[in-house]
Design a protein around this ligand. Structure first.
Ligand code: FE2
Ligand code: FE2
Length: 168
């Protein structure tokens, strides 16, 4: 059981999208998981060039997605009636935390590149990334279960399409 109100407990992450619309809103999240996994596997293998490239791609994709959500999605969401656990500040607060983690990872990769990678140096970074992955999953659940369903309930199909297009 989870005490969190994002719907991020054991069952919620496996709830199938209610429609192809929900999957479309969340498509960028799938890419984040893939790039983060590529980065972490390369880190475990001490393959720093691949780890760095994957982190760069991941960081760019995450920053762009967050910027688009804050430019297009969240201002419109703020005008709607938010469900319990769906206060605007929770979304923007999680965005800030995610971006702080990414900056920390970028600094850690620069240090590894300067000092040379070693397993004992990579392990603490992988631990931090496990915390980060949890936060990313919480954020995905909050958007999957609260943000995008609210837009789908309260906005016209045409406006939903416009906003969804803005995310690509
Ligand atoms: Fe998102
Ligand atoms: Fe987000």
């Amino acid at each position: 059981m989870s005490d969190c109100r994002t719907g991020c407990g054991d069952d919620a992450r496996h709830v199938a999208p209610s429609s192809s619309g929900l999957a479309a809103w969340l498509a960028p999240h799938v890419r984040f998981e893939q790039l983060l996994e590529k980065h972490r596997i390369a880190l475990m293998q001490l393959d720093l060039p691949v780890a760095q490239r994957a982190l760069e791609e991941f960081a760019q994709a995450l920053r762009e997605h967050i910027a688009l959500e804050e430019q297009w999605i969240l201002p419109r969401y703020a005008e709607l009636e938010a469900p319990p656990g769906g206060a605007l500040a929770l979304f923007t607060g999680e965005h800030q935390k995610l971006l702080e983690f990414v900056r920390r990872f970028e600094r850690a990769l620069r240090t590894l590149a300067a000092e040379g990678p070693a397993h004992r140096k990579v392990l603490p970074l992988l631990d931090q990334q496990a915390t980060f992955k949890n936060l990313l999953e919480h954020h995905d659940a909050r958007e999957r279960n609260l943000l995008y369903p609210t837009l789908e309930k309260q906005l016209s199909a045409a406006e939903q399409q416009t906003l969804c297009d803005a995310l690509r």
